[in-house]
Design a protein around this ligand. Structure first.
Ligand SMILES: [Mn+2]
Length: 333
């Protein structure tokens, strides 16, 4: 067995109270990896107290949802082991004033992102798999052998996590091992991918007005497109967070790179977590622009072709100007 697997197995068996966390605003990989780990460990160790806490529920019904413990604040209690899945730091999982950050418990990470985890963890399991879900399943299989049984529900959850994080196997993170695992999972239960994707792409009605404004504000410069919202757009149209965020997602995923002649771009939206803070998301088509370099210059980070940063500015057009200035420093025109 891999060294890190052995180490985590030993830590789990020594701990009485285990807390599982994932990133804020969890996606289906976050929920699936956490719920599989929680459910399987609770079955293997019925005497242990194992909790999975998060701040919001999934947007679709998924197996074992009732196992989620909702928490607006993450407080330190009696935990002796914290396991972060699909994330590698307190910043990604909790708010600055959550007392869990001061825990004396050991912290372990199971992730698949290529960002480095925070320093004070005892171990990281991350082999760059398709998803945290695939990494959790691999750990459970290797560490517990026949004792780990893939039930219909576990199979369902696992497929949700993998299908979501690989964009239905279109992304490069899909490996031969991912297909091998999928073959095994679908023999037990077959996820209706069409229905799952349809449901996960639905959006609230409040998306439409900010969507029109994002499109109206969109500009094209060479092979790049960008757009933003201003305070005036937001206030005079009474835009709300849920609509703005979902419109931003839509533009980012379906419009920015899809105009003829355009291969990359960015979108600016209000951060909502802080005053005068704006969130910029950058996207590029493979081989065109390494947007992580731009995000890093802006104090953010991410993947080569998908990255983000937070910008301090009074208005969205001002934040956009900051991004454009940064781009002009490294992108030859
Ligand atoms: Mn993930």
């Amino acid at each position: 067995m891999k060294k890190e697997y052995k180490k985590l197995k030993r830590l789990i068996s020594k701990s009485k109270n285990i807390l599982i966390l994932t990133h804020k605003g969890p996606d289906f990989d976050g929920f699936s990896s956490a719920l599989i780990l929680k459910k399987v460990l609770s079955t293997l160790y019925p005497k242990k107290n194992i909790l999975f806490k998060t701040n919001q529920l999934p947007t679709q019904n998924i197996p074992y949802m009732q196992e989620i413990q909702m928490a607006q604040k993450f407080e330190t209690e009696n935990e002796d082991l914290v396991i972060m899945v699909d994330a590698g730091s307190w910043d990604i999982c909790t708010m600055p004033d959550d007392s869990i950050r001061l825990t004396t418990a050991k912290v372990a990470v199971i992730d698949h992102h290529n960002t480095r985890p925070m320093k004070d963890i005892v171990l990281e399991i991350n082999e760059g798999m398709s998803s945290a879900t695939e990494q959790v399943i691999d750990f459970l299989e290797k560490a517990y052998g026949k004792k780990f049984v893939i039930t219909k529900e576990i199979s369902h959850l696992a497929q949700i996590g993998i299908v979501f994080d690989t964009g239905r196997f279109l992304f490069e993170n899909t490996k031969p091992e991912t297909y091998e695992l999928m073959a095994k999972l679908t023999k037990i239960y077959r996820l209706d991918m069409e229905e799952f994707t349809y449901k996960s792409e639905k959006f609230p009605l409040e998306t439409l007005t900010p969507l029109i404004l994002f499109i109206k504000n969109l500009r094209v410069k060479d092979d790049m497109a960008f757009t933003f919202l201003t305070n005036n757009d937001i206030n005079s149209n009474n835009l709300i967070k849920i609509g703005v965020n979902s419109a931003q997602q839509f533009v980012k995923n379906n419009i920015l790179r899809y105009i003829h002649g355009v291969h990359w771009g960015f979108i600016v939206r209000p951060s909502y977590a802080e005053e005068n803070a704006w969130q910029v998301s950058l996207r590029s088509t493979k081989g065109y622009q390494q947007v992580d370099k731009i995000a890093e210059l802006l104090g953010g980070g991410g993947h080569q072709y998908s990255s983000a940063a937070k910008i301090v500015a009074k208005d969205g057009d001002e934040a956009t100007k900051i991004v454009l200035d940064t781009i002009s420093k490294i992108v030859p025109t």
